[in-house]
Ligand binder design. Structure first.
Ligand SMILES: Nc1ncnc2c1ncn2[C@@H]1O[C@H](COP(=O)(O)OP(=O)(O)OP(=O)(O)O)[C@@H](O)[C@H]1O
Ligand SMILES: C[C@@](O)(CCOP(=O)(O)O)CC(=O)O
Length: 466
């Protein structure tokens, strides 16, 4: 049996600073920042002491309890691709499924079987998430992504099952699916077929991770989170949803071949391209020197279910009113990106124009919120954002992504005094959420320009399965 070399890959989290809801429509763009909280995935041969190796892929997420998923795999007839079945560790135990891992593995192995070989050797895959993806339990030291260098503290053991961990909304599933898919492809495929340092491979990774992420979510979102996990910060225009809406299900006849063409952007009978129309403008996004992004987590934050559906339903019912808000917001969002870039590229340092952009974006979001009756920037968030914007050194703030009660993002001067002033404000802040009071904490993350990347797997020694 060929023993492959271990590989390690990481991908960043995300924040959609501007363009929530609009980015679902190809007519508009989203300003998305990668964040320096990354999800790391290490793939290696299954270590064995007695030479007995089962035909399986074992995935572990050692920061959480009961986070081991064992999968058997087999090639399905009639071109159905590689079917992945979770193995029961104990006949009496219920299956603790992880749909994102299971789907990403099935898609990646099917793609590998279609473009290269169905000979899949057993592997062990370890997932390690930077601490800020989850709120830090009180008994653990606060986990700043960059500060922790000692191997033991770098990745917290959260001491709870994944389902009990409180997510901070940084896009864990997109970063996971992206880094997991990249690790599996890099591990099994020869360099001629997949090399993360090439543009073609990154594009194929993007397509495959989008397809797997949508399949796992059971819906086709805008995909800005997977795009930023692959490419880092960018101005994003989504792919046409039809590209995925009509794709075959795993196991269905000819799934593997269809997947190969979908991902490689080829067609069956000719070499003509069947291209994805995603637009990634990395050059359009820059953070001026001396500024940084800050993310604040609202601990009582709850996402109101069905916000996206309700906003879109209101837009459909009220096209004229909605279009006016959408186009004003779009201009404001793009102006923010332009102003940040202009400032980053010039020697002038004036923040007034940036402040105006934030004011205009917030006005648009509140209009969207009030008209649709959906709490995108609800009064408790308005109060919090106003207070933060009044702090010396804070340029502006917004409710990111879909908005709601769970987070705010701020652009601030990158000075210790500004962070200290914000901390002073937030320490005693009593957030008045729908479900009572809550705390607001600054996460230890900031913007990250770089997307997915290969890591040195030796750096994770001692943290992966032995
Ligand atoms: N560290 C991890 N180990 C294994 N699986 C994980 C890990 N982190 C996230 N996941 C997978 O991702 C799922 C969470 O995805 P979900 O889309 O609900 O959150 P998110 O991407 O963090 O959300 P948001 O879009 O609000 O940022 C988990 O149920 C699990 O399947
Ligand atoms: C509302 C929406 O535009 C953004 C959702 O962002 P988030 O998951 O709240 O970070 C949905 C989407 O783009 O898929």
């Amino acid at each position: 049996m060929v023993l492959r070399d271990a590989v390690a890959v990481s991908a960043p989290g995300k924040v959609l600073l501007a363009g929530g809801y609009l980015v679902l429509d190809r007519a508009y763009t989203g300003l998305v920042f990668g964040l320096d909280a990354r999800i790391h995935v290490v793939a290696q041969p299954i270590p064995t002491t007695n030479g007995v190796v089962l035909n399986e892929v074992v995935v572990t997420s050692p920061q959480f309890e009961d986070a081991v998923w064992e999968y058997g795999y087999r090639l399905v007839g009639r071109g159905g691709g590689m079917s992945v079945t979770q193995l029961r560790v104990d006949a009496d135990l219920s299956l603790n499924r992880n749909i994102f891992i299971e789907t990403a593995l099935g898609y990646a192995l099917s793609y590998i079987a279609a473009v290269w070989s169905p000979q899949i050797t057993p592997a062990s895959i370890t997932i390690l998430a930077d601490n800020d993806y989850y709120s830090t339990p009180d008994e653990l030291p606060s986990g700043h992504t960059n500060g922790d260098t000692a191997p033991k503290q770098r990745f917290h053991n959260f001491g709870v099952p994944l389902s009990k961990a409180h997510k901070t909304g940084l896009g864990s599933s997109a970063a996971l699916v992206t880094s997991f898919t990249a690790a599996v492809l890099s591990y099994y495929l020869p360099k001629e077929h997949f090399d993360l340092s090439t543009e073609t491979s990154r594009r194929r990774l993007h397509n495959l991770a989008q397809a797997a992420h949508c399949a796992a979510q059971g819906k086709v979102g805008s995909g800005f989170d997977v795009a930023s996990a692959v490419y880092g910060s960018c101005l994003y225009r989504r792919f046409s949803p039809d590209i995925l809406a009509s794709s075959a299900d795993p196991g269905a006849e000819d799934f593997a071949n269809a997947l190969k063409h979908l991902i490689n952007e080829t067609t069956e009978n000719s070499s003509s391209e069947a291209a994805w129309d995603t637009e990634i403008h990395r050059d359009a996004v820059k953070v001026p020197k001396g500024l940084r992004l800050v993310m604040c987590d609202v601990s009582c934050g709850s996402q109101t279910p069905g916000m996206v559906k309700k906003v879109l339903a209101w837009r459909k019912e009220n096209p004229e009113e909605a279009d006016a808000i959408w186009s004003d917001l779009h201009e404001a969002n793009e102006s923010l990106a332009k102003e940040m870039k202009a400032l980053a590229e010039s020697q002038i340092f004036g923040l007034e124009r940036l402040r105006t952009c934030f004011t205009r974006i917030r006005r648009g979001i509140r209009a969207m919120s009030q008209k649709s009756g959906v709490p995108i920037e609800p009064p408790a968030q308005t109060e919090l954002l106003d207070a933060c914007e009044a702090v010396q050194g804070v340029v502006g703030g917004v409710v990111p992504g879909a908005g709601g009660y769970d987070a705010i993002s701020l652009l601030i001067e990158d000075k210790a005094e500004t962070v200290a002033e914000l901390e002073k404000l937030l320490k005693n802040w009593e957030f008045k959420g729908e479900e009572g009071g809550g705390k607001v904490t600054i996460l230890g993350v900031r913007e990250e320009m770089e997307g997915v990347r290969m890591e040195r797997w030796g750096d994770y020694a001692g943290m992966v399965m032995k």
